[in-house]
Write a protein that binds this ligand. Structure first.
Ligand code: NAD
Length: 513
């Protein structure tokens, strides 16, 4: 029998119905920290309100953590560390798979809560929880091999390396796709045998609290994952300064990364940074232009453009620029801005009024610089009256303009024409960031040359961003330090130890004889 696809109006209605009791409960219970397996208020009693970007309504009162709460959480993580480290890999694997099961069982609730808390749209968030579960499964299956090392024999010694978990770690995450993104960090840390204190973004506390609850219910011992809600300058800063915390996995803005590096210096924190981007998509005239167009539109206008890997600069070869921009303009005009729970919606409200103001400020920047706003360029009246913005296309720009240099982090695409391969590479690299690059050409030699020349941590050739978990994820320049994914994650969350066993044949220098 053919599967009947539910109508978008029916899915929208079902999503709203699903959200209603969840929101009631959220409002009644509020959001506390999860410390040592207990949901607790801030020690100071302080709270803040989290509001929905759809209509500004208060979703919940949230515990506002400070250094005292962080100390309590870091102490819990330190006390839980030895038992978690020494637990058999098979048992750790089993527990992390149980977390993945719990995420899958609650995927629909997680999706609607994420939409309402962040403004991300259902068509993308429906799969976010499933991807989060995959992150847990992927690293769960690698628990045993996390400790693997190398065998490097020399003439007189048997040399091996092994890895041990570094200790309790801090994970600090941003508000864009917060549930999925936090599991990228938390799952490998737990699989490596580290305990974790997680400080989610203050603009998106809801699903982080949900994750902490699921991890506890899955049977992960108390103190292994602790979540402290609160602001960056308070709870976040305290986490980066706490002596029991051995490393900080951070995702967020480049300026915050720099602050964290300074804050963590006195306690010699190991840091891993995934930061901002101003990523180029380069389209050459010999490319499959239909596929390129689909990818260009998807990589900047999906996830509300609030995406570190978004291709926010389109570098288009002059010979095809006019025709390509014409088609692009039509597509951007047709994008559907609307309620995030409606599966037909392509762009939802931006996370916060301050972020809306930041994105809108770039409309004036574009005009003042003499670029052309071909589509959009203003806020949008959307359902609920929230932080909606029109998807925006800026043409007539050059590589030096602020709209070509600065991360806007919204549905805002800047188009820059180029002459030839050399010109394209020069423009692509002429920014402080270096996270991703996308290249469209059917000349494979050129694709490889450009991939080689681009200053970016991740390059996709004839493709949009498709994540494969074993591959390294991370950026160069102001886009980050270190790599995530597969074994790269374990390298960060673990110490590599060298063990050398003498064969008993080498000469030992005799002093004081
Ligand atoms: P942000 O840097 O403002 O905040 C991120 C987190 O850091 C939040 O939890 C915040 O509370 C905390 N924080 C802020 N100041 C702090 C301090 N002094 N000490 C410790 N913690 C502090 O970033 P954001 O606005 O939430 O997120 C958007 C940014 O994240 C964008 O620049 C985006 O490109 C970047 N990002 C990067 C990646 C990547 O993989 N490279 C992925 C997603 C987002």
């Amino acid at each position: 029998m053919d599967k009947v696809t539910p109508k978008s109006a029916d899915v929208f209605k079902a999503n709203c119905e699903r959200a209603e009791p969840l929101l009631k409960k959220l409002k009644a219970d509020g959001i506390g920290h999860m410390i040592d397996g207990k949901i607790v208020p801030a020690i100071s009693g302080a709270t803040f309100e989290t509001r929905s970007p759809i209509d500004g309504s208060v979703l919940a009162t949230v515990a506002r953590g400070n250094a005292e709460d962080i100390d309590r959480a870091a102490t819990a993580a330190a006390l839980a560390f030895k038992a978690w480290r020494d637990m058999s890999a098979a048992m750790r694997r089993k527990l992390l798979h149980r977390v993945a099961d719990a995420i899958e069982d609650n995927a629909d609730d997680i999706a609607v809560l994420e939409c309402i808390d962040t403004g991300q749209v259902y068509r993308f968030m429906a799969k976010a929880a499933i991807r989060a579960a995959e992150n847990f499964r992927f690293f769960a299956d690698r628990c045993a091999e996390a400790r693997d090392g190398l065998n490097m024999p020399s003439e007189e010694h048997w040399n091996v390396s092994t890895r041990v978990p570094i200790g309790p770690v801090g994970v600090i995450t941003p508000w864009n796709t917060p549930f999925m993104l936090s599991t990228w960090k938390i799952a490998p840390a737990l699989a490596a045998g580290c305990t974790v204190v997680h400080k989610p973004a203050e603009w998106s506390p809801v699903t982080a609290a949900f994750l902490a609850k699921l991890v506890k219910e899955a049977g992960v011992p108390d103190g292994v994952l602790n979540t402290v809600q609160g602001f960056g300058e308070e709870a976040g800063k305290a986490l980066t300064e706490h002596p029991a915390i051995k490393a900080i996995g951070f995702v967020g803005e480049s300026a915050t990364g720099a602050a964290i590096m300074a804050q963590g210096a006195p306690t010699l924190k190991r840091v891993h940074f995934e930061l901002g981007g101003k990523n180029p998509v380069i389209v050459f005239d010999d490319a499959d232009l239909d596929r390129a167009l689909d990818a260009v539109v998807f990589m900047i206008y999906s996830l509300n453009g609030e995406r570190c890997t978004s291709s926010s600069r389109l570098l288009i070869q002059q010979s095809i620029a006019e025709r390509f921009i014409e088609k692009l303009t039509a597509r951007v005009k047709a994008l559907k801005v609307g309620h995030p729970l409606d599966p037909a919606t392509e762009i939802g409200p931006l996370i916060h009024e301050r972020h809306l103001a930041k994105v809108c400020s770039y409309f004036d920047v574009a005009r003042q610089e003499g670029a052309v706003i071909a589509v959009g360029g203003k806020a949008h009246e959307g359902p609920g009256g929230g932080h909606y913005v029109e998807p925006t296309l800026v043409t007539g720009a050059n590589a030096k303009m602020r709209v070509a240099q600065e991360e806007v982090f919204g549905p805002f695409l800047t188009v820059i024409p180029f002459r030839d391969e050399r010109d394209a590479v020069e423009i692509a690299n002429d920014v402080r960031y270096g996270l991703t690059g996308y290249v469209w050409t059917n000349d494979m030699g050129r694709a490889l040359r450009v991939a080689d020349a681009l200053e970016a941590g991740m390059i996709w050739l004839n493709s949009e961003n498709v994540r494969h978990l074993p591959t390294p994820f991370g950026g160069m320049k102001a886009s980050g330090i270190g790599r995530d994914g597969g074994d790269y994650s374990f390298d960060f969350y673990m110490e590599t130890k060298h063990v050398s066993l003498a064969r008993g044949t080498h000469k030992i220098q005799r002093l004081g004889v």
